[in-house]
Design a protein around this ligand. Structure first.
Ligand code: ADP
Ligand code: 5GP
Length: 199
């Protein structure tokens, strides 16, 4: 039985990566699609596990070859999702999380049947700015660009199935976990991802 495709979007600095890292190990058959990007790695990010870090030429070559399910320019860099790896993961019965922006989400909704989608929002713009600065990975210009894009991104919130506010990390993580488990139940699967055998 195929797993669910779950789009996950959030304004930069909201805490999407933090939630995923907390919750994914507890959710059994679920994986995260590793995107390609032309952005440089941040301290601690590893090629092939956080992203496939590629040059702009390599990215455009992959795009022209039709390797991407979706791709977009986000905050001045290119990002794309490999169609082959998403479909291969889904075939193994795992749920596949696509951490992509609103432009990518629109493309995936057009191309795939029934992707589910979750939008995470920060409790306030002040808190989002504080988190972006506190992360310490981006310079002031990058932070300003990401904050100004955040308000536009929020305009797509109504296209998403679920909205989670990341105020308390514990509550937001629990909400994310509950959504994944209820999508399995909706697809006639047990919480552990196995198909339900009817009595
Ligand atoms: P994103 O992946 O959405 O860009 P990150 O997961 O990198 O965001 O989180 C941005 C920063 O905010 C990190 O320093 C992280 O530790 C912090 N953070 C995440 N969630 C919370 C929360 N609920 N409360 C306080 N800080 C948080
Ligand atoms: P970051 O540079 O902070 O890791 O990611 C910036 C933004 O790019 C985030 O909104 C993230 O969801 C988005 N993103 C990451 N990978 C992809 C992808 O493969 N496709 C698209 N469209 N957006 C992506």
């Amino acid at each position: 039985m195929k797993g669910n495709i779950i789009i996950l979007s959030a304004p930069s600095g909201t805490g999407k990566t933090t939630i995923l890292k907390r919750v994914m190990p507890e959710l059994g058959p679920i994986s995260f699609s590793i995107s390609h990007t032309t952005r440089g790695p941040r301290a601690g990010e590893k090629n092939g596990s956080d992203y496939h870090f590629v040059s702009k030429d390599e990215f455009l070559r992959l795009k022209d070859q039709g390797d991407f399910l979706e791709w977009a320019e986000v905050h001045g860099n290119y990002y794309g999702t490999s169609v082959h790896s998403v479909l291969a993961l889904q075939e193994t019965g795992q749920d596949v999380v696509l951490d992509i922006d609103i432009q990518g989400a629109r493309q995936v909704r057009q191309k795939l049947k029934q992707p589910y989608s979750i939008f995470i929002i920060p409790p306030s713009w002040e808190e989002q700015a504080k988190r972006l600065r506190g992360r310490g990975t981006d310079d002031d210009a990058t932070i300003a660009l990401r904050l100004s894009n955040a308000k536009k991104e929020l305009g797509d919130v109504d296209f998403y199935d679920f909205v989670v506010v990341n105020d308390s990390i514990e509550e937001a993580s629990e909400m994310f976990r509950a959504i994944i488990l209820s999508l399995r139940a909706k697809g006639r699967r047990l919480a552990n991802g196995q198909e339900i055998a009817l009595l």
